[in-house]
Design a protein around this ligand. Structure first.
Ligand SMILES: NC(=O)c1ccc[n+]([C@@H]2O[C@H](COP(=O)([O-])OP(=O)(O)OC[C@H]3O[C@@H](n4cnc5c(N)ncnc54)[C@H](O)[C@@H]3O)[C@@H](O)[C@H]2O)c1
Length: 354
């Protein structure tokens, strides 16, 4: 039985508690750490958690669980992950894994194969099916893709002290929201090569951007457009993959099932839609599916999905979008290292609107 602890019992922690409860034969939520006394008590009572602590250090001094879920603001992920990894636990950290590549690289060095990032949309049946069909050649070569995170966050959303600033949230919708869709895009299309981007702060009371748009070229030659917005009243997460033999589309908001996918065969390849239907897996995207995959890794001794080096490709794209937007130049994959200011802060030497 895998013992699980949750650190930070705010908004997203509930999804973690429910995901653990969905696998009762495999894992149990044994402890929580949360400095806010009321929140700690309410969460502990709701989910029947026996051991409750004010900090991760207190929790670890009572014993080291197998898996520690980090559900705290992004700027806290590095110190908490470093502590948890040093204690010998495996970490499942909410996205974004860290707020900079510099921080993520120090986690890679501290035990990156025991550090997983929550990118739950990789784990739905539709995404798995798409990767399999693309790999088998049924869809033909990828041509172009669309990756839109068109969400709406009112001004009140930024009342939480950590939101909307570069130091703790780390970035705006490019880092905090669109990262889900971009991670799924990369998990399907593979290595990206170059990005050209713009970012703007149009309408929200933030230091960070509330809008970005990018053109991403992949090693395969495919070209994707990416839009990340918190200004879009009709909200949608939309991914579209145009392969030589078919268009595959996903429309949802925060999670998808099989019905959120549509497949349109190109002339002469109409059967692709039937092949897709026959391969449906009935697995919704979400924390439960990713927790199942993490538990399998723990049970078999394999590296956890999505390990730090895998998450790095996604954070590299996010970082490069900021770098391209703020310097108004194309940025190549893997080119942002310790010499770049964007390696250390996503606003580099400061956003143009500051
Ligand atoms: N995967 C998703 O779909 C998804 C959705 C929402 C949020 N998130 C991510 O989850 C994380 C948390 O977001 P949230 O909306 O739940 O935030 P929140 O502000 O609602 O909750 C954060 C909690 O962490 C606690 N905390 C802060 N520092 C701590 C520390 N050092 N030790 C222990 N607890 C500490 C706070 O007291 C608070 O209760 C963020 O990284 C966010 O990006 C992911």
């Amino acid at each position: 039985m895998i013992s699980v602890a949750i650190v930070g019992t705010g908004g997203i922690a509930r999804a973690h508690a429910e995901a653990v409860a969905a696998w009762p034969e495999r894992a149990r939520l044994t402890a929580i750490a949360e400095p806010d006394e009321d929140r700690r008590a309410a969460f502990g009572d709701l989910h029947g958690v026996e051991h409750r602590y004010a900090s991760l250090d207190d929790l670890l001094s009572a014993g080291v669980p197998d898996l520690i879920c980090l559900c705290t603001p992004p700027g806290t992920h590095l110190p908490l992950a470093t502590t948890a990894l040093a204690a010998g636990a495996t970490v499942l950290c909410e996205k974004p894994p860290t707020v900079t590549l510099a921080e993520l690289d120090s986690i890679v060095a501290a035990g990156g194969d025991r550090f997983a990032t929550v990118f739950q949309h990789r784990f739905g049946g539709g995404a798995a099916q798409l990767r399999t069909l693309a790999g088998s050649g049924v869809l033909g070569a990828p041509m172009t893709a669309v990756c839109d995170t068109l969400w709406f966050r009112p001004d009140e959303y930024f009342a939480v002290p950590w939101r909307g600033n570069w130091d703790i949230e780390g970035g705006g919708p490019t880092l905090g929201h669109g990262i889900h869709q971009m991670d799924l895009l990369l998990s399907v299309l593979g290595p990206w090569q170059e990005v050209v981007a713009v970012a703007a702060r149009r309408d929200r009371p933030t230091a960070t951007e509330d809008l970005s748009a990018a053109i991403v070229t992949f090693a395969s030659g495919a070209v994707a457009t990416v839009v990340n917005s918190l200004l879009s009243a009709r909200e949608e997460s939309y991914l579209r993959f145009d392969y030589r033999h078919a268009t595959v589309e996903l429309r949802h908001l925060y999670g998808y099932g099989d019905d959120n996918w549509t497949v349109t065969g190109a002339p002469g390849h109409e059967d692709v839609a039937e092949v897709w239907k026959a391969g449906r897996q009935g697995v919704n995207s979400g924390h439960t599916a990713q927790f199942g995959a993490v538990f399998t890794a723990l049970e078999t001794g394999a590296s956890v999905p999505v390990a730090a080096t895998e998450a790095r490709a996604t954070l590299d794209l996010v970082t490069s979008i900021y770098a391209s937007a703020f310097t108004r130049t194309p940025v190549a994959a893997g080119s942002i290292g310790p010499d770049s200011p964007f390696y250390h802060r996503l606003d580099g030497t400061g956003a143009p609107w500051q």
